[in-house]
Design a protein around this ligand. Structure first.
Ligand SMILES: Cc1cc2nc3c(=O)[nH]c(=O)nc-3n(C[C@H](O)[C@H](O)[C@H](O)COP(=O)(O)O)c2cc1C
Length: 212
């Protein structure tokens, strides 16, 4: 996917979540109160980096049918503030998953919308336990390579010239309804607990009213 995106002239960057040493979420909910996580480690720099990008591809091997613990820790740390403040709402996203034997398309489907509006996804069953990044070459898995390459081109295209009317996928319609009929009321009823969320909402509505 990176090769496909790069072929359009897009700037790409491969980031390994493992390099950021991210500790697990403690469930303290301080992100909702303060607008950011209270654990000081590689989480915030990685989140900031992703927020700077136009589009995100999340790639993951399947470990016991799930993302590995290192990635799961990052996803857990993101999830609450993501749900209430939707920081990735307007990004284009895609997902790529690999597994040894069991189908991992479901994992790709659930990962893609976590980082924006999904443009597509690719999943590959390698047929053995081996290194995904080393074996998913043009020669090793030509079909998967081609599909990934073309998805990378499509992703870059959506980022460079967003379609005039990009219909939200059903996950986003569900989240919009959840916001409208539940989360907004929950935040309004518990302003202290959600002080950080309220600040982010105020900043966003201020920014959207500011002349460009
Ligand atoms: C701890 C562990 C658990 C795994 N669990 C599964 C699994 O449940 N189903 C499956 O099909 N493959 C499983 N695999 C195989 C990986 O999905 C496969 O090695 C991976 O997709 C290849 O990419 P990687 O080199 O980046 O790990 C597992 C591998 C490891 C090391």
């Amino acid at each position: 996917m990176l090769a496909g995106s790069a072929s359009t002239g897009a700037e790409t960057r491969l980031v390994h979540v493992l390099d950021y040493s991210i500790q697990p979420c403690q469930g303290c909910l301080s992100c909702l109160k303060n607008g950011s996580c209270c654990i000081r480690d590689g989480f915030q720099p990685l989140r900031d980096l992703l927020l700077e990008s136009g589009g995100i591809v999340i790639g993951s091997p399947s470990y016991s049918g799930q993302p590995p613990a290192q990635l799961k820790a990052f996803l857990d740390r993101l999830t609450l503030l993501n749900l209430y403040t939707l920081p990735f709402w307007n990004k284009a996203s895609a997902a790529a998953t690999t597994s040894g034997f069991a189908p991992c398309g479901g994992m790709a489907k659930s990962l893609a919308p976590l980082f924006g509006r999904p443009v597509g996804r690719v999943s590959a069953v390698l047929g053995s336990v081996q290194s995904g990044l080393e074996t998913l070459t043009r020669e090793g898995y030509p079909g998967v390579y081609q599909r990934s390459y073309h998805l990378g081109i499509r992703l870059a295209g959506v980022i460079q010239s967003p379609p005039a009317l990009r219909l939200p996928p059903h996950e986003y319609i569900t989240i919009s309804l959840l916001h409208r009929f539940y989360l907004r009321r929950q935040v309004a009823d518990n302003p202290q607990m959600f002080a950080g969320v309220l600040d982010i909402w105020r900043q966003k509505s201020g920014a959207s009213k500011r002349p460009s």
